[in-house]
Ligand binder design. Structure first.
Ligand code: CDP
Length: 228
């Protein structure tokens, strides 16, 4: 086994439960959790609030993003995402940010700009990183790779419940599923770092698994690979 603790990657489509699962897996292993989507959301939020016209986003050079001072700060079992001195939390999950984050994430300048911060977060190992390209691009040598999926309507149901605290009607469920599907298609079809299962990843379908069961499947897999 390596001398440093392992890196575990969790990739998958929207609403598959990556972040909550990654957080719990990290907690149980005493590792730190990186929610890479929060970085893409932070840049989306910064661009929206700075008033940069959206049609200009695809032309922005990478160095132009430096002015926002987006960075990761280790804080207990996680990384906080900061914009200057401001810790970003709920503002990252507004419908507006969610609607704009996927097109922005397809831009190579954006992906390159965020690469370094993510790799720095993993430099000592002991990390559970979730996103779309953790096992394929950011940490291709990660010791453990997971691809988390779930049925589209199940993911839409969970997302709606998480956001509004109530169960969706049929019409609400269909609307939510449409938005999630559109984002997944964008994320999967882009040229740079598309969402896909990394070589060597195991796929965990959480459609019929309880939260506890899906966490346990992952912990068991980590142990089987790292305690040899
Ligand atoms: O939580 P949810 O799965 O809805 O999304 P997220 O993980 O917060 O990611 C938001 C968006 O950021 C995704 O739809 C992707 O477009 C982008 N993203 C990415 O391109 N690469 C990553 N490693 C993580 C997120």
């Amino acid at each position: 086994m390596n001398s440093r603790p392992p890196i575990i990657t969790l990739d998958g489509p929207a609403g598959s439960g990556k972040s909550t699962t990654a957080r719990e897996v990290a907690r149980r292993l005493g590792f730190r959790h990186l929610d890479s989507g929060a970085l893409y959301r932070a840049l989306t939020f910064a661009l929206l609030t700075s008033g940069t016209p959206e049609e200009d986003w695809p032309e922005l050079p990478r160095k132009d993003f430096d002015r926002f001072h987006i960075w990761l700060r280790p804080e207990g079992p996680r990384f906080e995402v900061l914009l200057g001195e401001r810790v970003l939390t709920d503002e990252l999950r507004t419908p507006e940010v969610t609607a704009k984050v996927s097109p922005l994430s397809a831009l190579p300048a954006v992906r390159e700009w965020l690469l370094d911060a993510q790799r720095q977060a993993g430099r000592e190992g002991g990390l559970v990183a979730d996103g779309r390209d953790m096992g394929t691009v950011v940490f291709p040598n990660a010791e453990v790779k997971i691809y988390l999926t779930a049925d589209l309507r199940e993911r839409a149901f969970r997302r709606f419940l998480e956001r509004s605290g109530t169960e969706p009607s049929d019409a609400e469920l269909t609307l939510e599923a449409g938005k999630i599907q559109e984002r997944d298609e964008r994320d999967s079809s882009r040229v740079f770092a598309p969402l896909k299962k990394a070589p060597g990843a195991i796929e965990v379908d959480t459609s019929f698994l309880s939260f506890e069961a899906q966490v346990q499947v992952i912990i068991d897999h980590v142990k089987s690979l790292t305690e040899r």
